[in-house]
Ligand binder design. Structure first.
Ligand SMILES: Nc1ncnc2c1ncn2[C@@H]1O[C@H](COP(=O)(O)OP(=O)(O)O)[C@@H](O)[C@H]1O
Ligand SMILES: O=COP(=O)(O)O
Ligand SMILES: [Mg+2]
Length: 556
């Protein structure tokens, strides 16, 4: 089998204006970035507002191995399969971060014969959105430190600065730094921190904003610090809002590319689901629903993270009503959850499968709590055996679950026809009665407890003293009705990456809490999760190169 990048580079793409035409979009409504990428104009987005909404399908997964279990691959393959069946479908996906690209996981363009292209553009600089987000985030940081240097008229307490710098890279040494070293003219010495760009609140705001007006209101509300008398200091107070919005003018526009089989893909925003809310932009999803009969979108990592935040944050805030959920399982991840080491996942092991399948069972139960019909799909790997595949199929069918085998990685759209037909059946015959897991009027602690007990299976939640103090301050500042965004490891339903399968009798330990006042949610940081990942012993970057005539190699 060729590598992902070989398949992608051999692909014969059509001009992006032809892809747009399949969505009834005229060339004048596109802002072209070469022949194969474009942004939607603001005029287009307002023009389509009166269109009828198509159906919305979420693709999620069970708890993954470090390689990932194929949500993006399945989403792309399902979109292609809808095309094979003559349906008007469109993808709404996230943009990849450079962190995993050069780290462990590689790119996020799908895989095999189910990819969005041009994959090397998408995985590297794409249309510059992440660079714009990084610049806007760090402009705010620079203006904050400059305000202190220039006399600190707002009375900012340098010990209560909550705004962090960001960079779209896995760079552990930036987690905790000291700034302002040198002479008096070099600024106030203080401890500072970097997060990876996909965990920046600016990313979340870009992904939740309706339009430029809403973007600026959200940016202005960002809390960067507290004053000596405990009052929140915002981006508006620093007069940074307009300049940040100017930097984000183009990044706010959704991007259009295509799959290997020319299915349209709107790709916009890219928060991770373990340390952020894990969903592409509301603007991209709503645009797709106005342009196509079926929108297929993905939320990051397992359903305990991406799907939970898709439902309880994105759908709640944007008024979206999902019509179906595709839950991706893989034999390798089920065995991994059954205790098999990464190196042995390609060997048949029915015992481990039986042990690990409780993870799939829990995710099926969880998704059913949202009132949206579920289709389980087994993302088939060439190393899977018939015995293993049949075991999973029987497990699902014995529980009355809709099930389909997916072979999209190996066969592209054709490999997804069984899944597409199952999804179409569910869309036509099963009603969705979507409701979020909790009401906003619950206390923040009760919201956290609801997610922890109902979705993770925890018996209780513990808080550090600092987290409890911050929860109280957030409540007093009037943000108690915000939804919660849980930052947690993706490998386990618990906050301990070593607890695989379906752990029980565990507590979720919240060590830090902060309000993303602009995004409109409260982040609860659990266990030892980091908002600035580090590179592995052998980074994927070691194998990435570019030839003398400009061909990228080694991306996957
Ligand atoms: N069926 C499959 N067989 C082999 N590799 C696969 C398959 N499905 C996905 N992959 C690979 O696994 C990795 C993760 O896939 P991806 O779709 O990005 O997962 P997710 O979106 O869930 O993180 C990618 O490198 C992809 O090419
Ligand atoms: O936020 C994580 O997204 P993937 O699960 O698609 O890697
Ligand atoms: Mg993905």
């Amino acid at each position: 089998m060729k590598s992902d990048i070989q398949i992608a580079q051999e692909a014969k793409m059509i001009h992006i204006k032809e892809v747009a035409k399949s969505l009834d979009i005229q060339e004048d409504d596109l802002e072209l970035y070469g022949k194969y990428k474009a942004k939607f104009s603001d005029e287009l987005l307002s023009k389509i507002q009166s269109n009828k909404d198509g159906k919305l399908v979420l693709v999620t997964a069970i708890n993954p191995t470090p390689a990932g279990e194929g949500k993006t691959t399945t989403s792309v393959g399902l979109g292609q399969a809808m095309g094979v069946l003559g349906k008007k479908a469109c993808l709404a996906l996230r943009e990849p971060s450079l962190g995993p690209c050069f780290g462990i996981k590689g790119g996020a363009a799908g895989g095999g014969y189910a990819q969005v292209v041009p994959m090397e553009d998408l995985n590297l600089h794409f249309t510059g959105d992440f660079h714009a987000i990084t610049s806007a985030n760090n402009l705010l940081a620079a203006m904050l430190d400059n305000h202190i240097q220039q006399g600190n008229s707002l009375g900012i307490d340098p010990r209560q600065i909550v705004w962090k710098r960001c960079l779209d890279m896995n760079d552990r040494v930036l987690r905790n730094i000291v700034v302002g070293l040198g002479s008096k003219m070099d600024g106030m010495v203080r401890e500072d921190h970097f997060v990876i760009t996909v965990a920046s609140e600016i990313m979340a705001i870009l992904c939740l904003a309706d339009d430029m007006h809403d973007l600026k209101k959200r940016l202005g509300r960002i809390i960067v610090a507290y004053s000596f008398d405990g009052k929140p200091v915002t981006a508006d107070d620093l007069q940074a809002t307009g300049a940040m919005a100017a930097l984000l003018k183009d990044a706010l526009k959704p991007n259009l590319i295509q799959t290997l089989e020319h299915t349209p893909a709107i790709v916009h925003g890219g928060p991770f689901a373990n340390i952020a809310h894990g969903c592409n932009s509301v603007r991209a999803t709503k645009a797709s629903m106005k342009l196509a009969d079926i929108t297929i979108t993905e939320a990051g990592f397992g359903a305990d993270l991406g799907a939970e935040k898709f439902f309880d944050i994105k759908c709640r805030m944007a008024g979206l009503k999902p019509d179906a959920v595709v839950l991706v399982a893989t034999i390798r991840a089920l065995k991994y959850n059954g205790g098999v080491p990464k190196a042995d996942l390609t060997t048949e092991n029915l015992d481990a499968l039986k042990k690990g399948i409780v993870n799939l069972e829990k995710h099926i139960e969880n998704l059913q709590k949202y009132g949206v019909p579920v289709v389980v799909t087994l993302n088939s790997f060439i190393t899977d055996t018939d015995a293993e595949t049949n075991f999973v199929k029987d497990f699902c069918q014995e529980r009355g679950c809709e099930f389909a085998l997916s072979e999209v990685w190996e066969k592209g759209g054709e490999g997804g026809v069984e899944l597409a037909k199952k999804v179409l059946y569910v869309l036509e015959n099963k009603e969705s009665n979507f409701k979020p897991l909790y009401e906003n009027n619950l206390s923040l602690e009760d919201k956290i407890k609801t997610v922890a007990t109902e979705i993770y299976g925890a018996s209780d939640v513990t808080y550090s003293a600092a987290a409890l103090k911050e929860l109280k301050r957030i409540q007093e500042l009037g943000m108690g009705d915000f939804p919660v965004c849980m930052a947690k490891t993706q490998y386990s339903l618990s906050d301990d990456a070593s607890k695989l399968g379906r752990p029980t009798d565990f507590t979720i330990n919240v060590r830090e809490v902060y309000a993303s006042a602009g995004a409109g949610f409260v982040v609860a940081v659990t266990g030892s999760i980091m908002t600035m990942p580090g590179l592995p012993k052998v980074p994927a970057a070691n194998n990435i190169d570019v030839t003398d005539d400009g061909v990228i190699t080694g991306l996957f």
